[in-house]
Design a protein around this ligand. Structure first.
Ligand SMILES: O=c1[nH]c(=O)c2[nH]c(=O)[nH]c2[nH]1
Length: 280
């Protein structure tokens, strides 16, 4: 059996995961909603809970969950980033023995229903065009470190994408492709060196629209992509030039493969050899 002196704590964060909350703001007939899922974590200034089973400093995860509901009611949820900062600062202020906080929030992508070409006052549809999330980490006496992200943004283009002239050795089976389907599920995450002059909504929309613009290009002609790598890099460069407060951005464009089915065996239908077959 190890003695406590032999043990080093690497991570002592604990908290409540997946606190679901629907926040409705009613301004006359026009209503606003945020459906969010919040994870709270705090770190305490000593280890008596782990070492001795002394719970006297534990802020129960159940109390953390209640805090999410109480602060949402008291302060509202303007943006998930601001709400995460509010929660973080609350935990640090309320409990002098909390040294660090780590709050992450995911927002469901609700949009207003359009009827008769107009936005509805109180009816919404969940869309599949990207999920917004954020994370706020803060140390006592420190500034909140805000990370924003987008995930589950599935995009596809059916031409103006190629991949060729890559390493050709005994491990290669993929043919060159001069015209392939490019489909991916974007996952991007970024942080800021300052929050000064930053509008969280604008920053998030800028990232999303820049990714879509670089990927798609002009509506009629599109834009040529020689590889996922090049399109990814061009998106990042554009985003970094547009959001000066941004420190760094990580984007993942996993290839969602579309096979071209080999119909050449079905000669009676008039099918001939496929131009290209397989993963592209
Ligand atoms: O754009 C691409 N980049 C790659 O590195 C790669 N690898 C692969 O199999 N297909 C592709 N496509």
């Amino acid at each position: 059996m190890l003695s406590d002196a032999d043990v080093q704590f690497v991570d002592r964060r604990y908290g409540k995961n997946a606190v679901r909350l629907l926040y409705v703001r009613r301004e006359g007939i026009r209503h606003y909603i945020k459906e969010v899922e919040v994870n709270t974590k705090v770190t305490l200034n000593d280890t008596r809970d782990f070492l001795r089973g002394d719970n006297s400093k534990i802020v129960a995860t159940d109390s953390q969950k209640n805090t999410v509901y109480i602060l949402a009611k008291q302060l509202g949820i303007q943006t998930i980033e601001k709400f995460a900062i509010d929660l973080s600062e609350h935990f640090l202020k309320q409990y002098s023995h909390v040294t660090n906080t780590d709050i992450s929030i995911t927002e469901q992508p609700w949009k207003r229903i359009q009827t008769g070409g107009r936005e509805h006052a109180h009816a919404f549809v969940e869309t599949a065009d990207g999920v917004r999330y954020c994370r706020v980490e803060q140390q006592r006496y420190g500034q909140p470190k805000v990370t924003q992200g987008i995930r589950a943004l599935k995009i596809m283009k059916t031409t103006q994408s190629a991949f060729n002239n890559f390493v050709n050795d005994e491990f290669r089976s993929l043919p060159d492709s001069t015209d392939r389907i490019f489909c991916t599920i974007v996952n991007a995450t970024w942080d800021f060196h300052t929050l000064s002059g930053l509008n969280f909504d604008n920053a998030w929309e800028t990232v999303k629209s820049s990714i879509l613009d670089v990927f798609a290009g002009p509506p009629d002609t599109g834009v040529f992509s020689p590889s996922v790598q090049k399109t990814l890099y061009d998106s990042q460069k554009l985003i970094l030039s547009k959001v000066p407060q941004m420190d760094k951005i990580e984007i993942k464009f996993p290839n969602v493969h579309a096979y071209e089915f080999d119909l050449s065996k079905f000669k009676s239908f008039g099918f001939t050899e496929n131009k290209q077959v397989g993963f592209r």
